[in-house]
Design a protein around this ligand. Structure first.
Ligand SMILES: NC(=O)c1ccc[n+]([C@@H]2O[C@H](COP(=O)([O-])OP(=O)(O)OC[C@H]3O[C@@H](n4cnc5c(N)ncnc54)[C@H](OP(=O)(O)O)[C@@H]3O)[C@@H](O)[C@H]2O)c1
Length: 293
């Protein structure tokens, strides 16, 4: 298995889950991989596109998991060229090379492909309509990956979290509340946060059962960032009085955000006989992990 972006939240967690059963090779860019005994190639996909083509060709992997993407939605709004390059052009290189080597490609997209104006959870048959450049480029990449081979998989997770240094939202809330600092999460931005461990277990099942196509891959609970922060305060016994909700009007973000992009992952759950955690179970899981160290 080749994991492109093995130093990220999903990539490094997947390494831990896959290591007993797979011969692993990962790529990193700016961060180091914490795990030992895994082959690593350093590559900046924005600067050296050929290197990933050569690596896939040389390794001829059974499966390629591509997690590499810009983490900042706002950066994509100001730097269209970079978003287009990493999300669309590089993905195309990877997908074409995987077709040539016969490797199954598992690629990540996002809930931000949707407009976010529906009160219902979106399913895979709902029509995407991104409201920002980040979402637009991720949607273009989905089409490339799915068109390149019918063996490929596109997963749409949302607000991925875990007990991990790269779990951005949960770390912000937990670390701030531990120091009695005020946090101001949005009251009007709803998603279905995804426990990274669930996502990695689902990926291994997808490979084992040789599933293909487009899947929503998120947790069960649709909630606002404010409610997520409250769930974290409850789970970690922290003071909720330091959570001061704001609206998108009050706290402006550079790129427009969709308001409610909750996803329905029952198609994937059914096909791989797996259940994603609800928010209470997920928070309790990371709280227990936090006690291990
Ligand atoms: N996290 C979320 O809340 C969330 C929500 C929806 C969708 N997703 C999608 O799910 C996937 C995995 O997310 P994640 O949270 O694991 O992301 P992450 O922690 O930001 O990791 C991204 C990985 O991509 C690598 N990368 C970034 N830019 C690169 C470049 N120019 N060249 C080479 N490698 C590069 C990073 O390498 P270095 O760290 O070594 O620089 C890292 O290993 C991504 O596609 C993401 O967009 C994430």
């Amino acid at each position: 298995m080749l994991i492109i972006g093995g130093s990220g939240l999903v990539g490094s967690t997947l390494v831990s889950y896959a290591i007993p059963d797979y011969d692993l090779h990962v790529t990193t860019n700016k961060s180091e991989l914490k795990q030992n005994n895994v082959a690593v190639t350093k590559v900046d996909l924005l600067k050296n596109r050929e290197k990933i083509i050569d690596l896939i060709t040389k390794l001829n992997p059974h499966v390629v998991v591509n997690t590499a993407a810009h983490a900042s939605v706002d950066l994509c709004e100001t730097d269209h060229a970079s978003a287009e390059l990493l999300h669309v052009d590089v993905t195309k290189d990877i997908a074409i090379t995987c077709r040539k080597t016969g490797s199954k490609l598992i690629h990540f997209s996002t809930d931000f492909v949707f407009e976010g104006s529906s009160n219902k959870k979106y399913t895979e048959t709902d029509i995407p309509k991104p409201v920002n450049y980040y979402g637009k480029t991720r949607l273009s990449a989905e089409k490339i990956v799915l068109n390149e081979s019918e063996n490929n998989v596109v997963l749409r997770p949302a607000v991925i979290y875990g007990w991990h240094e790269k779990s951005r939202f949960t770390n912000w809330i937990i670390e701030s509340l531990r120091q009695n600092k005020v946090v101001d999460p949005h009251l009007d931005q709803y998603n279905t946060p995804t426990l990274v461990d669930d996502l990695c277990k689902a990926i291994l099942q997808i490979i084992k059962l040789n599933k293909s196509g487009l899947y929503h891959a998120t947790g069960k609970t649709c909630l606002s960032r404010y409610e997520f922060a409250q769930a974290l305060a409850d789970g970690f016994s922290l003071d909720k009085n330091f959570i001061k909700p704001v609206t998108s009007q009050e706290k402006k973000q550079l790129a427009p955000r969709p308001f409610r992009t909750c996803l329905d992952s029952s198609k994937l759950e059914r096909e791989i006989e797996f259940e994603f955690s609800d928010i209470k179970t997920g928070v309790s899981y990371i709280f227990n992990k936090s006690k291990e160290r």
